[in-house]
Design a protein around this ligand. Structure first.
Ligand code: AMP
Ligand code: GLY
Length: 435
């Protein structure tokens, strides 16, 4: 069949790379794609949130399966629009996508389904929110209800900071209508992991654990980013923990949504804090994670197209996932200045040297082709990804490849994956220094 992948990041490059391996694929398109994706799929210049344009393209090109990368189109109802036209599309309906699109909806759903999460209160009134803060315990977390490009969560150490956060969201409206409501919740402590499940609305399969590295600098210091690297599997999610997450979190959500008449199809991504009291949900996403996808798909042995088609058609019941036992690490190479201001348009050197290396794949995020050269075109530029028999080996492979790539003002973290081999005690400073 013909397949269309929507999006332009490292996640979409990983999806295209994996989908291309399926014998079920006839022709593969990506909208809009990037400088790396265009080597593997035909890129078409349609924005990832242009639902009408994408629908028209899918009809014209007889697309048999559409795969949506980013959340915005899902929350805006792309699945409903495609299904109305009898087009197969992988992802949740607009109503189900509220698990990511509205934090108030997600928290209320969790309360209803008895899913462990931080204690919370939601507010749609500025004055009530402000007076609540005076009696609250600190630190506390203030979240805008709607999509805010990953910037809508504010960790506040004291009353003053929390008041500022509420002012910015509800009064100055820095996130516009996404901040019409807020969630104020308990601050959780522990190790953060990402657990993804693929559901057909009824049944689901759960993927191996992965760990993202959200902060810009080593040792989790500095501002949050879209993700500076990831690895899989993670020792923080052993078989027993995965089972606990499945029975206490994923299963109740899939069953609960079904019971409410909002069956959840597609990827349910749970951002989880492993606390002393067990796993608790920080947030839900309704799509593949970035950069988690870059470390999960190279380890997944199943045909992803078959899995996604089974999700769309309600056939996941007898499906089982098979994993490559090797470890996988992805290091994001970013433009200096990111997540703040940065320059783009710099030539990326060394890509061909790396691509010959065994067990390394270079997924592109913010790149484009210009006069035959690949140049930087975003904050996160590349997701250099490598496999290894042990996490140490995968780390050595990935950093050996990273060293071969260069572009002006390139920045990357040097400690991706290091948490894994020092678990459960302090990580080895000696080894991280040598990376
Ligand atoms: P989100 O934008 O919802 O992914 O949240 C961004 C980040 O904020 C998460 O990855 C966590 O690191 C952090 N976070 C969100 N909620 C909490 C919480 N209740 N306690 C501690 N950290 C949190
Ligand atoms: N890795 C974080 C996200 O995909 O939202």
């Amino acid at each position: 069949m013909n397949i269309l992948v929507i999006g332009s990041g490292g996640r979409e490059h990983a999806l295209v790379w994996k989908i291309r391996q399926s014998p079920l694929v006839k022709k593969l398109y990506c909208a809009p794609g990037n400088g790396g994706i265009e080597e593997m799929a035909e890129c078409v210049d349609i924005a990832s949130d242009d639902i009408a344009g994408l629908l028209k393209f899918a009809k014209t090109k007889k697309i048999g399966l559409t795969v949506v990368g980013p959340e915005a189109a899902l929350v805006a109802g792309i699945v409903d629009a495609f299904e109305k036209e009898k087009l197969m599309i992988f992802g949740p309906s607009k109503r189900a996508a509220r698990l990511e699109g509205s934090k108030v909806f997600a928290k209320e759903a969790m309360r209803e389904f008895h899913v462990p999460t931080a204690a919370f209160q939601s507010f749609d009134n500025y004055e009530t929110a402000k007076s609540f803060l005076e009696k609250a315990q600190y630190p506390i977390v203030v979240k805008a209800d709607g999509l805010a490009g990953g910037k809508g969560v504010m960790l506040c150490d004291n009353l003053l900071k929390a008041q500022e956060a509420v002012d910015q969201i509800m009064k100055q409206k820095i996130f516009k209508e996404a901040g019409a409501k807020i969630v104020v919740e308990e601050c959780l402590k522990g190790e953060e992991v990402s657990i993804l499940a693929i559901s057909d609305g009824n049944n689901f399969v759960i993927l191996d654990g992965a760990q993202d590295h959200k902060r810009i600098f080593d040792d989790d210091i500095g501002p949050n980013t879209g993700g500076m690297g990831a690895y899989s599997p993670t020792p923080f999610v052993d078989e027993e923990m995965l089972k606990t997450i499945e029975t206490r979190i994923i299963d109740p959500v899939i069953r609960g949504m079904r019971r409410e008449g909002i069956p959840f199809k597609g990827v349910l991504y749970a951002g989880i804090m492993i606390t002393e009291e067990g796993p608790k949900v920080l947030e839900f996403n309704v799509r593949f994670g970035d950069p988690e996808t870059q470390v999960l798909l190279p380890r997944l042995k199943n045909d992803l197209v078959e899995m996604m088609a089974a999700s769309c058609e309600g056939r996941l019941e007898d499906m089982h996932l098979a994993w490559d036992k090797r470890r996988c690490v992805c290091v994001v190479m970013s433009s200096g200045g990111y997540p703040g201001k940065y320059e783009a348009g710099f030539e990326i050197k060394g890509l061909t040297a790396v691509q010959k290396d065994l067990e390394t794949i270079v997924f592109h995020s913010g790149t484009k082709k210009e006069d035959g050269n690949v140049v930087t075109a975003g904050g996160r530029v590349l997701g250099v990804t490598a496999l290894g028999d042990t996490i140490e080996e995968a780390i050595n492979h990935v950093y050996a490849s990273v060293e071969k790539i260069s572009f002006t003002r390139c920045f990357f973290r040097r400690d991706i994956g290091a948490k894994a081999f020092a678990h459960p005690r302090k990580r080895s400073k000696a080894i991280t220094r040598n990376l």
